[in-house]
Design a protein. Structure first.
Length: 413
């Protein structure tokens, strides 16, 4: 942090009065299926601003920072309305925790109106577009798909039945698995559903039928692969019924929209089903390569340590504050160019920052987790491995929780 403060103080005061307040604007979904990630992202951004304020106060500076956050729903149109409102009030730089569907809705307006978006939470490769106004401080789905395949190998899954929520992220990932899973599937074997008008009995019925057909092909290594958000909860509650016998015969695999989520742990019926089906999944994590107090601060702030998307949200607020300290609120082209320079020099809680030509973070680290009961009988997430890609061109590595210092190249066979 001392390096960050030095960097900011030696550049910012030439552009703004040292007593000016630097306001970072953010948007976060705090209701609906994205609520947990939105609340965590908002808390992380708030913590970043608090740490900046304290750092400047400790060196006797009058400079101060604040986070102006807007609560939105999980609906894409809610995110777009928030961006429009902020821009119309003169804001040209916005951070936020956003789904790919939300970012997809925002992108045309942001590009056309000179609004720079620094986002976390979105990973759809369809949004990896060079020279636009979107920067994502987490890796795209090319890394996610490789991490998922490593998890499938670890769990000895040879045949998957994808359960796919209809949006830009899930659709891409579902198609990727169809093309690259160990055994290819026909398109009619994918169970798709519209989350905004979900009939969970109908979803479970179709899923049970597809799993039954898969078991006819392979009785030993079939799994349901769920591309969902917190709507995995009502789906699992319905799937636990005896009306769907096949759904209790196979393992369930999660993705980063539903793995490590605290909400699932609170719903006993869904959590019991997840435990019985050895529900295991992956999510973005912060590999502790550097000594940092931030994870402990986050745990104290929200009551538990969140996944890596929250820590990316912390870095997004930190970077945005630095950018505004140096350049204020300028045109999108100037902000884009300056942002690239700030990111090149940035060293945050995940180490040095690097982005690719599309503005997406290149380093990717995912944790593998399974849901189980602890000694007190409470459901918790247990780490069962980690996956890391150090850069776009690097060979990914994995490690076991039993030996965190030993990384091994991923077996791609």
């Amino acid at each position: 942090m001392s390096l960050i403060f030095l960097f900011c103080s030696t550049t910012a005061d030439t552009n703004q009065n040292s007593k000016d307040e630097i306001v970072v604007y953010g948007i976060y979904p705090t209701s609906g299926d994205l609520a947990q990630k939105g609340i965590e992202g908002k808390a992380a951004a708030s913590l970043a601003i608090e740490n900046l304020k304290k750092g400047y106060a400790d060196i006797g500076s009058d400079r101060t920072y604040s986070l102006n956050s807007t609560d939105i729903t999980s609906d894409p149109e809610s995110a777009l309305a928030a961006v429009k409102s902020l821009h119309e009030s003169g804001v040209n730089l916005i951070i936020g925790t956003l789904s790919s569907a939300q970012l997809e809705a925002i992108k045309p307006y942001a590009d056309a109106n000179g609004v720079v978006i620094i986002a976390t939470g979105s990973s759809a490769t369809s949004l990896s577009i060079p020279d636009d106004n979107i920067f994502r401080l987490n890796p795209d789905d090319s890394s996610e798909e490789a991490a998922l395949n490593s998890l499938l190998q670890k769990e000895n899954i040879g045949y998957v039945v994808p359960l796919v929520r209809e949006d830009s992220w899930s659709n891409f990932q579902g198609e990727t698995i169809l093309n690259r899973s160990m055994k290819s599937l026909d398109s009619d074997e994918v169970v798709r559903y519209n989350a905004s008008a979900a009939d969970y009995k109908e979803i479970a019925s179709r899923l049970d039928s597809r799993v039954g057909s898969a078991l006819d092909h392979d009785k030993n290594s079939v799994a349901v692969l769920a591309f969902t958000f917190d709507d995995i909860i009502p789906i699992m509650e319905e799937a636990s019924s005896s009306a769907y016998p096949n759904l209790s015969l196979v393992q369930w695999i999660g993705t980063d929209g539903n793995t490590f989520g605290q909400t699932l742990l609170k719903y006993e019926k869904a959590a019991n089903f997840a435990d019985q089906r050895k529900f295991s999944g992956y999510t973005l994590t912060l590999v502790d390569l550097f000594s940092s107090k931030i994870p402990l601060q986050m745990k104290e702030k929200i009551g538990y340590e969140p996944d890596g998307y929250a820590f990316s949200a912390y870095e997004a607020a930190d970077i945005a504050a630095q950018l505004l300290s140096m350049h204020g609120s300028q045109e999108a082209k100037q902000l884009r160019e300056a942002l690239g320079s700030v990111i090149e020099k940035y060293h945050g809680i995940s180490g040095s920052m690097s982005i690719n030509a599309a503005g997406d973070k290149t380093r990717a680290s995912y944790g593998f987790f399974t849901l189980e009961k602890d000694s007190s009988g409470n459901y918790v997430w247990k780490n069962i491995g980690d996956w890391m890609k150090w850069a776009d061109s690097a060979v990914p590595s994995v490690r076991s929780p039993d030996n965190v210092d030993a990384w091994y190249p991923v077996n791609s066979s």
